[in-house]
Design a protein around this ligand. Sequence first.
Ligand SMILES: NC(=O)c1ccc[n+]([C@@H]2O[C@H](COP(=O)([O-])OP(=O)(O)OC[C@H]3O[C@@H](n4cnc5c(N)ncnc54)[C@H](OP(=O)(O)O)[C@@H]3O)[C@@H](O)[C@H]2O)c1
Length: 336
Amino acid sequence: MTGNPDPLGWGILATGKIARAFAADLALVPGARLAAVGSRSETSAQAFASEYGDSGTRVHGSYASLVADPAVDVVYVATPHSLHLAGARAAFAAGKHVLCEKPLTLRTADAEEMVRLATEHDRFLMEAMWTACHPVVRELRRDLATGRFGTPRHLAAELGFRVDAAPTDRMLAPELGGGALLDMGIYPLTLAHLLLGEAEELRGVATVAPSGIDLDVAIAGRYPNGAVATLHASMTSWSSRAASIATDLGRIILDGDFHHPTAAVFTPIGRPDQQVVLAGEEPVIGRGYGNEIAEVGRCLRAGLRESPLVPHAQTLTVLRQMDALRADLGIRYPDD
Ligand SMILES: NC(=O)c1ccc[n+]([C@@H]2O[C@H](COP(=O)([O-])OP(=O)(O)OC[C@H]3O[C@@H](n4cnc5c(N)ncnc54)[C@H](OP(=O)(O)O)[C@@H]3O)[C@@H](O)[C@H]2O)c1
């Protein structure tokens, strides 16, 4: 792709809620265009293309036809979790690169299979963990690692909202990967991983619904250098969506929703005049999905097969953590 002046052709696989938010941001990213959209329903793909595409955006009434489209360089998989592997498998078989929604799959073994397929086909693969591509999170991660804000001792993060949906909705249906841990808990776990390093110990408690999925999860973690974390995900309550990090010198607050913050503010205790506000070194594109789209473009133009911001090992580590928590908590999916 190096030296190719043509925009990267994106194919969006599925036309649900996140596909819409993603497509709105895609339109804002230089060097990227919505080449095609695929849906189980041609009518839905047509409506999606009319709203988010340009006059050349192609419409497919099946995922198979989308991934076969020669105008598509990279496929964005936006189906429910349990269908990600099938979507990515089809895309790799058709020679496409893949950006796949989080969590990559329901369990580590399936994610390892997806990584194996990417390697076998020599294609790029990234989990759509937009938080890791967010300018504020990137700057905070870098500055925290230099010791500028002292040594982190405690990270707190919570994400949740009340899910009022039919039992067949992908948020609640076990066969589609419903549950708070995989849908929302992945964000506090990933934030802690990005800012503190790989967890040394994680313990959880959960409220599990009769269907077997988790509605609320609280996790306590021990991280390198003596740091600890308290993490929470909920599908029954209106979480603050806040995160903070207490260090031996002061406190860092992530402003706004922590998984796409507007700023990170460090206040040294006793020295409020020396407050530091990190707003990111590059602009946030759209809601922030634009930054992950730009990162995929950057990687592909550089000939990379994984992103240094969301490496495969990081995705697999967090999935392994969720596997272990699920085993402890008795959260099971039909194919487990
Ligand atoms: N990064 C983020 O901020 C973020 C936010 C929300 C969700 N997500 C992730 O994105 C994925 C999709 O979430 P969503 O909220 O967009 O879900 P959604 O609104 O339910 O949309 C999912 C889409 O997948 C397709 N699909 C294929 N088979 C399906 C089936 N059996 N049941 C339901 N849908 C099916 C449908 O598209 P067609 O009818 O067009 O085929 C459907 O519109 C999840 O893995 C989720 O974790 C990420």
